[in-house]
Design a protein around this ligand. Structure first.
Ligand SMILES: Nc1ncnc2c1ncn2[C@@H]1O[C@H](COP(=O)(O)OP(=O)(O)OP(=O)(O)O)[C@@H](O)[C@H]1O
Ligand SMILES: [Mg+2]
Length: 338
């Protein structure tokens, strides 16, 4: 797979000494959706600004389509920049321009005449589901509609790459879902490579092919989304994954579950390819053990099931012990049964 974006050992240190990005290397394949998650201050926005050339790296290099940005002069950088669209958390629309005016703006800058710009803008507004809204002003639109205008403006010049900086963080869950569905169409139907940054793992779960987790300017973990969700290696990643999946209950929740449910609590992971749950039913039957489902859930991550369920097992001590031991066989231990 060719790389649409490649960062090689990129560092960004601001005057005054703040290091926002520290030795980051990552590759975004052409036509893929790549997510970067991290807490506030992790360096995500700076990373995007390095990719679109708004910031220059202190060390390392940023390559777009194999071209090192630093090696291009301002004149040769311009057409490369035109291949990159960007959308923002606060939409960043021109309030004094109509929807159509917002979308034609980058087209006029790119040299299209009035009629051609208008035709392209209307076509793009149609794609994002805003046909007929061209004469309205941003403040007359809902947040979701405003972000659609943002997406139309970013796509109007037909860029190869779309950068999204917390594009859904200001939206409610339903509107977020609609915008994510639109971004998926942008990727699948238009073939646009998407690099998005977010602090919401839910966005990564529904949209991304690969993910990198950033902390203090560094990438602490990266990989294919299902693998990272199923087997997070870094504690920060694990915490992000827990925010999007029902994991093993701990702390006060575990205390409450123990108080509420007599019997032994067992958490069984649901991981595609590790058939722990399939073993459960015969084990319970053979040992005459009953159960109550007390916590958990199974989500779909990139079309595959992932999650965990916590059961309260009821039966004779020896029978319950036999079930737990059966579940804790080596294959299951690998899958994380506790
Ligand atoms: N222009 C700048 N000058 C000095 N320090 C900066 C500058 N821009 C960012 N920083 C610092 O770099 C670090 C990373 O900032 P950045 O905005 O990239 O984080 P972020 O991950 O996008 O955070 P958030 O989720 O809050 O948007 C922060 O400590 C920030 O204070
Ligand atoms: Mg930011």
């Amino acid at each position: 797979m060719t790389a649409a974006i490649e960062l090689r050992g990129v560092r960004k240190e601001f005057p005054g000494g703040a290091v926002a990005v520290d030795d980051v290397s990552l590759t975004v394949g052409a036509g893929s959706v790549f997510g970067v998650v991290g807490h506030s201050g992790a360096g995500k926005s700076t990373l995007l600004r390095l990719v679109n050339g708004l910031e220059e790296p202190t060390a390392g290099s940023v390559l777009l389509d194999g071209q090192d940005l630093a090696a291009l002069g301002e004149r040769r950088l311009r057409p490369v920049r035109r291949d990159i669209g960007m959308i923002f958390q606060q939409f960043n629309l021109f309030r004094s321009r109509t929807v159509l005016g917002n979308v034609t703006y980058p087209l006029r800058l790119a040299g299209l005449d009035r009629a051609a710009a208008r035709a392209r803008a209307e076509e793009t507004l149609d794609f994002v589901g805003l046909a007929g809204h061209g004469k309205r002003y941003p403040e007359q639109l809902s947040g979701g509609q405003r972000q659609r205008v943002g997406i139309a403006r970013a796509l109007a010049t037909r860029p190869k790459v779309l950068l999204c900086d917390e594009a859904t963080s200001a939206l409610d869950p339903q509107t977020t879902g609609e915008v994510l569905a639109l971004l998926r169409r942008v990727n699948r139907e238009l073939g646009v490579t998407i690099l998005l940054i977010t602090h919401e793992m839910e966005v990564v779960r529904t949209l991304c092919d690969r993910v990198a987790v950033m902390e203090d300017g560094r990438v602490v973990e990266s990989g294919e989304v299902y693998e990272v969700f199923a087997r997070p290696a870094h504690p920060t990643t694990a915490a992000f994954v827990r925010s999007a999946l029902h994991g093993e209950p701990d702390g006060p929740l575990l205390e409450r579950l123990r108080a509420r449910h007599p019997g032994r609590l067992v958490t069984v992971p649901v991981v595609d390819g590790a058939a722990v749950l399939d073993d459960l039913s015969p084990l319970l039957r053979e040992n005459g053990v009953d159960f109550t489902l007390v916590h958990g859930g199974v989500a779909e991550v990139r079309g595959r099931p992932l999650g965990s369920v916590t059961l309260a097992l009821r039966g004779g001590d020896a029978a319950v012990e036999a079930v737990v031991r059966g579940l804790a066989a080596p294959a299951q231990r690998e899958a994380g049964v506790r």
